[in-house]
Design a protein around this ligand. Structure first.
Ligand SMILES: [Zn+2]
Length: 269
């Protein structure tokens, strides 16, 4: 004991100092990427908040001016990642996009959905329409929406008027349609883009015809379990099905020939 104290009073040895320096170097190296990724998440969130605010201003102006709207000051709505924020209007519906942050639903971000969403909701289905208290998953809706937004999945950009998250530990699915299912009858056939991710086949998009069913407890509609895949999707190659762009093209081509209750079905983008 006495010898140790004496030794310590002489200060650090060169070897000890080198070890301390090495440890600090490792800590710095590890923390920089974590810090950068947190920073980019914050930038994406700021960009989304600015795009929402711009959307709000445009929509409010459109409503008060009855079809005309004031050109907004785009300098007020900027993207911290130097993305270019643009807007367009069609029949009173505005689309606000960022050249960096919109349509981030791509091959790199999709598999991470498992960590963000499915591991907490394994075996359950969360519907975009689950608003009734007697639906056991209604409480999860906001959390799933938040998780999707955090992944940069812009439901508006995907044209997702209705969607659901479903699956189990083996395979997970995110399915959406440009049809607002709250406005159609139970039993109606609707086109759906299905994104499926599983450990065996990896990620895959496809276009299906599903049906609209009644939600648990009644009073609202949900997307029901799979019906049949449309021919153009069924005959697409595995490589084609890995690309969301290819599948959106197939979806748009299909829905442009279809009507529901004599109304055209909206396309994506
Ligand atoms: Zn942006």
């Amino acid at each position: 004991m006495r010898r140790i104290i004496d030794k310590n009073e002489k200060g650090f040895t060169l070897a000890e100092l080198l070890i301390v320096v090495a440890i600090i170097a490792v800590l710095v190296a590890v923390s920089i990427p974590i810090f950068t990724s947190q920073l980019e998440k914050a930038r994406a969130a700021t960009c989304m908040a600015n795009r929402r605010a711009l959307y709000g201003e445009l929509s409010a102006s459109y409503m008060t001016d009855e079809g005309n709207y004031k050109k907004p000051d785009l300098d007020k709505y900027t993207c911290p990642s130097k993305g270019n924020i643009t807007y367009s209007e069609k029949d009173g519906i505005f689309t606000v996009e960022c050249s960096v942050h919109t349509k981030k639903w791509n091959d790199n971000t999709v598999p991470d959905l498992y960590d963000l969403i499915f591991k907490d909701y394994v075996g359950s289905t969360v519907d975009s329409t689950a608003v009734k208290n007697n639906n056991t998953n209604a409480d999860k809706l906001e959390a799933v929406k938040k998780a999707l937004a955090e992944k940069g999945i812009d439901l508006d950009a995907l044209g997702a008027a209705s969607w659901r998250v479903t699956g189990d530990a083996g395979a997970q699915r995110f399915e959406w349609s440009t049809v607002d299912i709250s406005k159609v009858k139970v039993g109606q056939t609707i086109p759906v883009i299905r994104y499926r991710f599983d450990g065996t086949y990896g990620k895959m998009y496809s276009v299906w015809l599903y049906t609209v069913g009644e939600g648990v407890g009644g009073g609202y509609n949900v997307i029901k379990t799979q019906g049949k895949e449309i021919p153009a999707s069924a005959s697409a190659s595995a490589a084609d099905k890995e690309s969301i762009d290819n599948i959106i093209e197939i979806y748009n081509k299909y829905v442009s020939t279809q009507k529901i209750d004599n109304e055209p079905i909206p396309t994506i983008g």
